[in-house]
Design a protein around this ligand. Sequence first.
Ligand code: KIV
Ligand code: ZN
Length: 400
Amino acid sequence: MTINHPNFGAIADDRVIMFDTTLRDGEQSPGFSMNIDEKLRMAEALMELGVDVIEAGFPIASAGDFESVNRIAQSIRGPVIAGLARSGREDILRAAEAVKPAERKRIHTFISTSALHMKYKLRMEPEAVLEAVGRSVALAREFTDDVEWSAEDGSRTDPDFLCRCVEAAIRAGASTINIPDTVGYAVPEDIARIFTMLRERVPGADGVIFSTHNHNDLGLAVANTIAAVKAGVRQIECTINGIGERAGNAALEEVVMAIRTRHDAVPFNNGIDTTRILRTSKLLAAITGFDVQPNKAIVGRNAFAHESGIHQDGVLKNAATYEIMTPESVGWQKTSLVLGKHSGRAAFRDKLRALGYGEVGDNALNDAFRRFKDLADRKKLVYDEDITALFDETVVRDRS
Ligand code: KIV
Ligand code: ZN
């Protein structure tokens, strides 16, 4: 059945909604907080990237959080602007006020549903939680038709109770139902089972968008996200560079490129302009002061770099030998052949060409290559300036 969403209208069966929570869940991680101007810059970049929903913050958390959500709601046009709220009245009123100026707005309200969280964190009986679900969604609906409800610690919740909570949220008017793997405990089979069960058992499930929100404590956030999409979920919650509580959230760039590169296995579409991925990642790193690790998929500096001679030779002959997507498709200029002790003659010759030396004779090449290998043994990274110096020296020496 095609879902008719209050903000998106009729959603094609193969379309997934990209919900970015860099400015909320991402910002909640130690050291990643952003000021209002920084959040606005990130929100603009997310809009240009093509995300469908920007979760701009948690308005009740602080005056600054309220203001940044409110300023983003005033100035960003296109994406739906969401504000997070617990189930209490004050939270929901604050979120409603913050997102009020948005062209398209959403209130995202949540409560824990697992036995562990209800007993120790909320100190509430399950029936009281169930009642809070209906009450909070109904209150949020007084301010907007677009209400998302989340079952915090949903992946560790008793299945029957989860079904009852989801049913209560749908009855009260939620149009998106999010089941977070809050502590990153689930494996892909768990995620697939939960969504399949909810879609089969809960009355009204075919009229709402199911959403997945995965933390990365076991490094499974992206795999769990893909499993959810295959099980019928049509909203993905994620963050740029995978920032988020503890080990982070599913990384937007990884999820998007997994779906695009393996469209045969995950045949879904989204509105992300992938060529803007790298610049968005770099903007976040510049704002927060945290660079991604070199081997980070898609946006790490080694993601399209090849040092070993065998790989470099292959890539020079046909990039597809060692690259499953083009660097340009995510915003890198080109493949980088990094010269180091594992590099071969083909890459060295190619580098000399790129540095403007044209076609170099075999003798000069062999001599320079030998000296380059000596240097690479001593130095971890050989830069263009090192090669230039080394080759110029070789030529001068050969002439004298
Ligand atoms: O991880 C989580 O459970 C959350 C909810 C508040 C959506 O971030
Ligand atoms: Zn989360």
